[in-house]
Design a protein around this ligand. Structure first.
Ligand code: GLV
Ligand code: MG
Length: 327
C-alpha cells in the first residue's frame, strides 16, 4: 500500500440516480416514492431557458415540502458559463433547510471550476449557519473535463462522485453516436476471413476509454464513479448491458432518465446472493489460511490470496449497505 492513504467520500448508496426536471413538479412526489437511491432535481439541460427561474422556485419548494425519506437528494445547478449558476447556489441554500445533500455540477472543465463553486457554497452555508456540509457530484462531459479529470477529482473535500455525461461528451469530442449512451456499429472490428471465408463483425464499446479513465480518477481520490444516461428507455436489455459494462469497470451506479430504468440499475449494481455467499466463503477460507500461516489457498479450484480478501470485503460491505437501506 502507498504511504498516501486515500480517504473515502461520505458513503452513500448510488446504484440508481433518477433525473427529474425542475420544471416538472408533477413528477416530484412520484420520484420521492420511487426505488431510486439518489434523485437529482435538474435546473440545467432538462430545463428550457425561459423556465429556469420557475424551475428553481419549484425545486426550492420541493426541498422544503416533500418528504424525501431516506433518499439522497441532489440539485443539478447550471454551468459556470451561465448567469443562472450563482443564483442556483445562493437561492437554493438560503431558502431551504438542511434537506439538500448534494449539488451536481455540470460540464466541469478544470479543478478551478470546482474551487469556484466550493467558495460560493462555503460562503452561503456559513452565512446561513448550515450545519450539514453539501457534497459535490461532478459531471465529466467535455474533452476539457476528461483531460483534467484527475485534478478535478481531488479539487475539493466536498467531492463525492464523478459522473460520465455521455451526451455532452459526445458533443464535445464530436463523437458519432446513434443514441445517448448506446453503441455504434461503426465502432467495430471486421475479422479477417474465417476458415469458411465468412467475416464477422464484433461490436466494441466506444465509451470504454472515457469510463475507465473516469473510474481511475474517482477511485484514486476516494470518490464514487457513476455512469450517466442511456437515452433509449424502451431498450431495457441495452440499458442492462451498458450498466453491466460500467459495473465491470468499477462504476457503482448509473443514471435513470426514466423511472423504468431505476429497477434495472438497482439490479445490476447490487451484488447477487451467489456473489455475496462466495465472498463470505472467501473470507472464511482466508481466515483459516491465516491461522495456518498461509497467504494463498485454493477455493473451488481457483487461487485466492490476500487481495481476494479486499475484494470480498468490499462486496460484503456493499451488500450490508443495501440491507441497511432497506434493500
Ligand atoms: C449528461 O448531462 C449528459 O450530457 O450525458
Ligand atoms: Mg450534460
Amino acid at each position: 500500500m502507498s504511504f498516501k492513504i486515500v480517504e473515502e467520500a461520505t458513503p452513500r448508496l448510488n446504484r440508481s440516480e433518477l433525473a427529474v426536471p425542475g420544471s416538472s413538479p408533477q413528477l416530484f412526489e412520484k420520484a420521492a416514492k420511487s426505488a431510486a437511491d439518489v434523485i437529482f432535481l435538474d435546473l440545467e439541460d432538462a430545463v428550457a431557458p425561459d423556465k429556469k427561474e420557475e424551475a428553481r422556485r419549484n425545486v426550492i419548494r420541493a426541498l422544503n415540502e416533500i418528504d424525501w425519506g431516506n433518499k439522497t437528494v441532489s440539485v443539478r445547478i447550471n454551468g459556470l458559463d451561465t448567469h443562472y449558476m450563482y443564483r442556483d447556489v445562493v437561492e437554493v441554500i438560503e431558502q431551504t433547510g438542511e434537506r439538500l445533500d448534494l449539488f451536481m455540477i455540470p460540464k466541469v472543465g478544470t479543478a478551478a471550476d470546482v474551487y469556484a463553486v466550493d467558495m460560493l457554497v462555503s460562503q452561503v452555508e456559513q452565512a446561513k449557519g448550515r450545519k450539514k456540509r453539501i457534497g459535490f457530484e461532478l459531471i465529466i462531459e467535455t474533452a476539457l473535463g476528461m483531460q483534467n479529470v484527475h485534478e478535478i477529482a481531488g479539487a475539493s473535500p466536498r467531492n463525492e462522485s464523478l459522473h460520465f455525461g455521455v451526451a455532452d461528451y459526445a458533443a464535445s469530442t464530436r463523437a458519432r453516436t446513434t443514441n445517448i449512451g448506446g453503441v455504434n456499429p461503426d465502432y467495430s472490428v471486421l475479422t479477417d476471413p474465417l476458415e469458411d471465408g465468412r467475416r464477422e463483425v464484433h461490436w466494441g464499446d466506444m465509451w470504454h476509454y472515457a469510463i475507465a479513465r473516469m473510474v481511475v480518477a474517482a477511485r484514486a481520490n476516494g470518490l464514487r464513479p457513476i455512469d450517466g444516461p442511456f437515452g433509449d428507455f424502451s431498450d431495457a436489455d441495452g440499458y442492462r448491458a451498458a450498466a453491466r459494462r460500467a459495473a465491470a469497470l468499477g462504476c457503482e451506479g448509473k443514471w435513470a432518465i426514466h423511472p423504468s430504468q431505476i429497477a434495472l440499475a438497482n439490479e445490476v449494481f447490487s451484488p447477487s446472493e451467489k456473489e455475496v455467499e462466495r465472498a463470505r466463503r472467501i473470507l472464511a477460507a482466508m481466515e483459516e489460511a491465516a491461522r495456518e500461516g498461509k497467504g494463498a489457498v485454493s477455493l473451488d479450484g481457483r487461487l485466492i490470496d490476500i487481495a481476494s480478501i479486499r475484494q470480498a470485503q468490499a462486496l460484503v460491505a456493499k451488500a450490508d449497505q443495501i440491507t441497511a437501506a432497506g434493500g
